[in-house]
Design a protein around this ligand. Structure first.
Ligand SMILES: C[S@@+](CC[C@H](N)C(=O)[O-])C[C@H]1O[C@@H](n2cnc3c(N)ncnc32)[C@H](O)[C@@H]1O
Length: 353
């Protein structure tokens, strides 16, 4: 229900938010009560992509008040799924903090750009021109939310001998955040059969909340590759009539195993799960995830990629939309089930007074 539609129904029914006038069984009031109970904390969804981080946090009860990305294709997918607060398409460096609503937690799976100590210094002195991480720093400094959640590639921690990561944690600490960091693999923490190691950075202004926060424990993997695969897949995903078929057919022998095309050869993933999905997997020739099913050899479909990232089938994929864009969007996204588990822990920590 959109805010506007909600308010018109609200006016029409003349219901009051005060408990005394709530008719408890009225569906609208149930909706309202749920909203009051669960949406305790407001979040800002930066570098939002298709909203994987948003989805995890909303499932944990957070309310998104603003979403931003500069990719207009992401907006098509995002807005199809998150109608109440659609994506604002803009370069984040052009978004003024004063134009943002207030929020409790900043969320950002920011692009990892190498940056230097010089960049660090410039980032603070020269608002808007620093690396993208410093856009996060600028917004944190101006809006002072209670918490911050960042996600990035595992290598961010070891990049440049650990110097890059030190800049990030120092910058967050300089802003008054107490920071905890952990690398989580989706296969161990998200109950999805995808090997995806990512670094998660969580910071709190309150030392008590920081002390109360802990990353989730691993969960037993119950989903298999077979659970993820679609049954009736369009012919366009098959290589049956491709000149590459004879070569692929030599290596891709087993069903329910994900193989990966590595530029000039095909690699079997022996761990029994899907290798890390990447943004370039739809770009022909590199990292393309391949499988054999009852009809032949094919690529994973975009829906299967979404499932490997924990997106439920209720998450809509735009129609008449280039597959290459969908592969990029889901390769770039996050494992929503891991995010949800971390978000629930953050919510619990934020409850500590
Ligand atoms: C790693 S992806 C994040 C994906 C997201 N977590 C999701 O679940 O889909 C990084 C995103 O940052 C966006 N981005 C890169 N530079 C940007 C900028 N200057 N302003 C706004 N967004 C930017 C990209 O378009 C991309 O969608």
């Amino acid at each position: 229900m959109t805010a506007c539609c909600f308010f018109s129904i609200y006016r029409y029914n003349s219901v009051s938010l005060g408990n005394s006038k709530l008719h408890k069984k009225h569906p609208l009031n149930l909706y309202l009560m749920n909203k009051q109970i669960s949406k305790k904390y407001k979040s800002l969804d930066l570098f939002a992509g298709v909203g994987g981080i948003r989805m995890g946090f909303e499932k944990a009860g957070f309310e998104t008040v603003f979403g931003n990305d500069f990719d207009a294709y992401c907006k098509i997918t995002y807005d199809l799924n998150f109608k109440d607060v659609p994506l604002t398409v803009a370069d984040i460096s052009k978004v003024k903090s004063s134009d943002l609503p207030n929020f409790d937690i900043l969320l950002g799976g920011f692009p990892c750009q190498p940056f230097s100590i010089a960049g660090y210094r410039r980032g603070f002195l020269d608002t808007g021109r620093g690396d993208l991480f410093f856009e996060i720093v600028r917004i944190l400094r101006d809006k002072k939310p209670r918490a911050v959640f960042l996600e990035n590639v595992k290598n961010l921690k070891s990049h440049d001998g650990g110097k890059t990561f030190k800049i990030i944690s120092d910058a967050l600490e300089d802003l008054g955040y107490h920071v905890k960091v952990k690398i989580l693999n989706s296969v161990e923490y998200g109950n999805v059969p995808q090997n995806r190691e990512r670094v998660y950075i969580v910071g709190f202004k309150s030392k008590k909340q920081y002390d109360a926060f802990e990353f989730p424990e691993p969960v037993k993997l119950s989903k298999t590759i077979a659970d993820i695969l679609e049954k009736n897949v369009d012919e366009k995903y098959y290589y049956t009539n491709s000149p590459l078929y004879p070569e692929l057919n030599k290596t891709i022998k087993k069903n329910n195993v994900v193989y990966q095309w590595r530029r000039i050869y095909v690699r079997e993933n022996k761990s029994g799960v899907c290798p890390t999905l990447t943004a370039n997997m739809g770009m022909g020739g590199h990292n393309v995830p391949l499988i054999r099913d009852h009809k032949g050899i094919r690529k994973l479909t975009p829906r299967e990629c979404a499932r490997f990232q924990g997106f439920p089938d209720s998450y809509k994929l735009p129609k008449d939309f280039p597959d290459t864009k969908l592969y990029k969007q889901f390769g770039n996204s996050v494992t929503t089930t891991v995010i949800e588990r971390v978000a629930k822990k953050i919510s619990k920590a934020l409850d500590v007074k």
